[in-house]
Design a protein around this ligand. Structure first.
Ligand SMILES: Nc1ncnc2c1ncn2[C@@H]1O[C@H](COP(=O)(O)OP(=O)(O)OP(=O)(O)O)[C@@H](O)[C@H]1O
Length: 264
């Protein structure tokens, strides 16, 4: 469960570059809910995910994850509660470490232990099984450096890493945007499967309005640091991309001026 209350983030406060990235965002995401987040450039999507993960500390407001108030905790202290996958396939894992080492560290996330115990036998078996389930032959290459893999392979492993530790909150920040269409589809399918299998609570940022309506159970639209649309259930099921554009126009009294969103 994610609970965000009146969250505000201001960058470069008190300078000519001041930017209010989040303007009092409140949001409750139930356990097992899969929420897609869409919005134009600079809407505050990454800032919201960063604030939940602890990479961005809020100026005001409160964040509660799985019943624990984490508002002032740094990212390391939240690692056992929340996992994040980034747009850049290189960002979520260490290229110099092997696949097995990266996965072992992910499995030990949130625990105060080093690499050696993380590579215990039982854990090594789990890792091998989880990698084999991807069906892309990486289980026979667990000793190769992560840096030698393709973007698609790396993102697939990042998703496995995000779901190895018991944390059930996963934040996906345009995690397929840097992939070619075939790999993006593969990683999206994997996202669906893992979310269902582990009853994950997911916040997935996407620039594709189609994806934001097709995937998961809820669609949020952020605009200029505020949630302007929040759709779920039957209302969402019948919505087309055109309807979504129209809803935005009605809510904000302006056109959605974002080519990337409309094309996606
Ligand atoms: N570290 C930072 N320092 C200063 N300003 C920032 C920082 N991070 C984000 N911003 C600003 O805050 C606003 C929200 O940015 P954010 O990255 O959250 O938007 P976004 O919705 O993820 O956009 P995009 O789709 O372009 O990635 C933007 O105006 C951005 O320029």
């Amino acid at each position: 469960m994610i609970s965000v209350e009146s969250l505000a983030v201001v960058f470069n406060k008190g300078t000519p570059l001041e930017r209010r990235a989040l303007r009092g965002v409140s949001l409750a995401v139930a356990s097992g809910e899969f929420c897609c987040v869409i919005g134009s450039n600079g809407a505050g999507k990454s800032t919201l995910l960063g604030a939940i993960a602890g990479d961005v500390l809020p100026d005001s407001g409160r964040i509660v994850l799985a019943g624990r108030d984490v508002s002032r905790l740094p990212a390391e202290a939240r690692a056992g509660l929340v996992a994040r996958v980034f747009q850049d396939p290189l960002a979520g894992s260490c290229g110099a470490l092997t696949i097995a080492e990266n996965l072992a560290l992910a499995a030990a996330r949130g625990q105060r232990r080093g690499l050696a115990p993380a590579l215990g036998r039982a854990r090594a078996e789990t890792i091998r099984t989880r990698v084999a389930e991807l069906g892309i032959g990486l289980e026979d290459r667990l000793g190769v450096p992560m840096g030698s893999l393709s973007g698609g392979q790396r993102q697939a492993l990042s998703l496995v890493m995000a779901t190895l530790a018991p944390s059930s909150i996963v934040l996906l920040d345009e995690h397929t945007a840097a992939l070619d269409p075939a790999n993006a589809e593969f990683v999206l399918d994997l996202t669906r499967q893992l979310a269902e299998r582990f009853s994950l609570t997911v916040l997935m940022v996407t620039h594709s309005m189609r994806q934001a309506l097709d995937l998961g159970t809820r669609t949020l639209m952020l605009h200029e640091g505020e949630i302007v649309l929040d759709m779920t259930g039957a209302e969402r099921a019948s919505l087309t991309v055109e309807d979504l554009v129209e809803r935005f126009r009605t809510a904000r009294g302006q056109e959605l001026a974002e080519d990337r969103l409309l094309v996606g």
